[in-house]
Write a protein that binds this ligand. Sequence first.
Ligand SMILES: Nc1ncnc2c1ncn2[C@@H]1O[C@H](COP(=O)(O)OP(=O)(O)OP(=O)(O)O)[C@@H](O)[C@H]1O
Ligand SMILES: [Mg+2]
Length: 442
Amino acid sequence: MSKKKADGLKSQYYSIILDSIADGVFTVDRRWRITSFNKAAERITGFSREEAIGQFCYEIFRSDQCFERCPLRETMETGREIVNREVQILDRFNREVPLSVSTALLRDERGRVIGGVETFRDLSALKELEGEVKEKYSFGDIVSRNPRMLEIFKILPEVASSDATVLIVGESGTGKELLAQAIHDLSPRREGPLVKVNCAAVPETLLESELFGYVKGAFTDAKRDKPGRFKLAEGGTVFLDEIGDMPLALQAKLLRVLESKEYEPLGATHTERADVRVLAATNKDLEEMVKEGTFREDLFYRLNVFKIELPPLRERKEDIPLLLEHFIERFNRKTGKEIKGLTEEALRLLLDHPWPGNVRELQNVIEHAFILCKDRWIKPEHLPQYLQAPPSTPPRGSLREVERELIEKALRRHGGNITEAARELGIHRTTLWRKLKRYHLL
Ligand SMILES: Nc1ncnc2c1ncn2[C@@H]1O[C@H](COP(=O)(O)OP(=O)(O)OP(=O)(O)O)[C@@H](O)[C@H]1O
Ligand SMILES: [Mg+2]
């Protein structure tokens, strides 16, 4: 058989093999012209082999990384293969397709580089599946995979469709307001207004008129009738935030609204009826306040009928990766950046943090990182300083003071045993002994 014929047969075999695999494969020469294009590549990109061959790869394989960090170019320049990098391409019909791509060099018989080969797998189905999973772990804007939170998601439709008063309890930043919004949005009152009142933000003396309104002449400045928030929320929902800060006198009036739907605006001689559903939230321990006499017991029991407790973030750390993804997606949309996620080290710092400020704090941390992060991955240096510091507080003071303090602590940890303490400090026993004398610790 002539060499030419043998080569022809060989390439025919190759194309049969290439066409039989499920991954897309194309090859380019050193000038980025496509030299082969298998069946799966046709299926995934929508371009036929005839259309593709001879074209520049970036005209056919239109990926979001073509001009910035083309995997093939990286491989051609460094000789290193790339394995399973995620990219997005536009197919022939300008639809976005998520792919996982791998690259390698193409050499001739003598080992000279003659081009590159890129194989790619369609991730659409996988992404769709992920989407479904994500849907299960979210409720409106609330995302969580924590079992206690999932229990809340489960009862939420029921709770929302009833007209019951709901008390939402949780630390600051756990999503109380978000939950109130979700309940309203899901309730038969969703077409009506959701009126929010922060009981802690309105001065005590004004809170009553803020809630219930006043009539002209009720006090000197009352030049005309003014509707309160309950009136403004007619047909909808009132969200009483920080209800623990409501003055006692007003608590009695609120109880009356909850029980009989009736109230009187300030200075009024008539009674108003409120067609309003009440949601309340607090981060205070109302039961404790009842014991102290700062919260009415009857109101407490009325509110406590339906209570939803939002667990703090430190008790649902499994939510951190999910929330990160959620916030990164949101800030990408807002800022036009394309941040993919956090590096291992950065994630570790976040998982180790106790999150006193809960989800709001986490959100702020990501917002901060978005300002500093110039590439695709958030690294420890993009996080706020306080997260980068080691968990123990750094020693303060002069070198002498710091040394003295370290020695004291080591001694205390080892019950005064100099040998043990010296070992921990990494110095010789006699050195420690000298230092003890110098610092008058003996
Ligand atoms: N599970 C969650 N999923 C997504 N975002 C959340 C979640 N929980 C809270 N957030 C976000 O965190 C921030 C704080 O939430 P929210 O204002 O609802 O908390 P809060 O409990 O009312 O806090 P505070 O007690 O300080 O008023 C909001 O921007 C909210 O969107
Ligand atoms: Mg709030």
